[in-house]
Write a protein that binds this ligand. Structure first.
Ligand code: ZN
Ligand code: ZN
Length: 317
């Protein structure tokens, strides 16, 4: 059973997921994945019998494009009950939901190689699962993310996303405070300012603005921001998902070409369920490490100014 414990000094929640220690860690233990790579992979097309029943599959076995599975090594589980301890420390049992969305049946295909149609399908299904999960009792926050590459924490090589519904709001200050301040959205104000300045804009279309944020934590960090105030991923329209997939299709190869085998995380940043936030996507390349200074201080050292990063992305080299 999983458990969340609260740090009494910072308010941060740490997840203890006993069963995760058994997960495969293909990369850490350097288990050789052969070039065809797929014999033992539970996510490959044709290997449906290696996983528990799918929660969603968009075609018959052997010809699906997207599958959603319950995570075999969840950080939270559906069975656990929510318990609050009335003592010096606080803990909550990890009731929640943890799903894996396998976004390609092909073992070696990576998201930067996906067709436009596939990217769009992925976004549509992610949103569908988000909308389903947000209706679950006790889910206060949903984190959608994707780890690409070993340095970004990917433990199974086959491309996939994770969708985690949590019983508590993570203690990231931005999430707790929200974007609404004195009746107006700070994020909307930031976008207006970025448009005016035009130094950190990488790309834009009718619906989205791609920027390298002013106080980027990671070298070449990118945010894909909806121009209109969208309070939650659930409220993104079908047309906006389509235009988002066009942007993502253009941007990801540029991230991948930062250097050989660069790892990166793609995170959807949402607020508390039913809260008012400015939903957006953050792409975090993992160049250099999260090291002692960052852990000790909570501050980041970034060797690339966001203005330089924006220039790089605009050139597209
Ligand atoms: Zn596979
Ligand atoms: Zn806004």
């Amino acid at each position: 059973m999983s458990e969340l414990r609260r740090n009494p000094f910072t308010g941060e929640w740490t997840h203890y997921a006993e069963n995760r220690k058994n997960r495969p860690y293909e990369f850490l233990h350097k288990i050789e994945v052969k070039l065809n790579g797929s014999e033992d992979c539970p996510f490959c097309g044709g290997h449906e019998d290696k996983t528990t029943c799918s929660l969603y599959q968009d075609g018959a076995n052997d010809c699906w494009k997207i599958r959603v599975l319950p995570n075999m090594f969840p950080t939270v589980s559906e069975e656990a009950e929510v318990l609050l301890e009335n003592a010096f420390y606080q803990h909550i049992s990890g009731r929640g939901f943890h799903e894996v969305l396998v976004d390609t049946p092909h073992h070696e295909e990576t998201i930067d190689q996906f067709s436009l149609e596939q990217l769009q399908r992925v976004l549509v299904v992610l949103q569908m699962r988000y909308c389903k999960m947000m209706k679950e009792e006790d889910v206060k926050y949903i984190q959608i993310f994707k780890n690409c590459g070993a340095s970004a924490g990917m433990s199974i090589r086959h491309s996939h996303w994770q969708i985690v519904g949590l019983p508590v709001l993570p203690q990231r200050e931005e999430l707790m405070r929200g974007h609404m301040q004195e009746g107006s959205c700070l994020f909307c104000k930031m976008l207006a300012y970025e448009k005016e300045q035009a130094v950190r804009i990488v790309e834009e279309n009718n619906d989205f603005l791609v920027i390298t944020p002013y106080a980027s934590r990671f070298p070449y960090e990118l945010w894909i921001c909806p121009k209109r105030h969208i309070a939650s991923f659930a409220n993104v329209t079908a047309g906006e998902l389509e235009s988002l997939s066009v942007l993502v299709k253009g941007i990801l190869p540029k991230v991948s070409s930062l250097r050989k085998d660069v790892g990166y995380n793609i995170c959807m940043i949402d607020g508390e369920i039913s809260g008012d936030f400015h939903w957006h996507i953050e792409i975090l390349p993992r160049i250099g490490g999260f090291a002692g200074f960052e852990y000790a201080t909570g501050s980041y050292i970034n060797s690339i100014l966001p203005e330089q990063a924006a220039e790089y992305y605009r050139k597209g080299e």
